[in-house]
Write a protein that binds this ligand. Sequence first.
Ligand code: 5GP
Length: 190
Amino acid sequence: MTDVGKLVVISGPSGAGKTSVCRALKQHPAVEFSVSATTRARREGERDGVDYHFLTREDFQRRLSENQFLEWASYNGNLYGTPRWPMDAALARGLTFLVEIEVKGTRQLRERGTPGLYVFIAPPSIDELRRRLLHRGSNDAVEIEQRVRIAEHELAAAREHIGGQPLYDHIIENRDLDETIRRVKELLWP
Ligand code: 5GP
């Protein structure tokens, strides 16, 4: 029998450190990272087809109506979605398929009973999150407060249950990045 791979969902507020965690996991040869589609504008340094598939809203809507997304969500005015077929292909090859998505998309996967390991990376506190976003310097003050508000909402949502099951199997507080990466790796490869 061929080895069947595993879906790993990583979520967390902007600034909690999830992108750094995912970057570390991507180094592993058995991990394939999902490239999401999005309607948001490309940021400096981002590459189309590598960081995201950058789509127009019309193109995104067309693909959505064709059922091309495993899950999708609207976040801060933009649409984001996980293309369906790369996951099927990766799991059939026995790989770990890693998706970095927000909580509404995670809820869709859980509601459908999609098997996988669901991990939420949380900041130690809202003040610390604000400090990290300020330090990062890539958002203005208004945007930082918007992201903090979304984070507060996401932190509450992460503790929800769906059909008696927690939305996330693990909520990891990221105090120290190396330690967080070590803990996530331990969950993936016990
Ligand atoms: P950003 O614009 O900062 O790259 O991403 C904004 C949020 O959208 C992040 O929380 C990120 O994890 C989430 N996200 C990225 N791709 C997807 C996706 O395909 N589906 C969902 N549901 N969320 C996504």
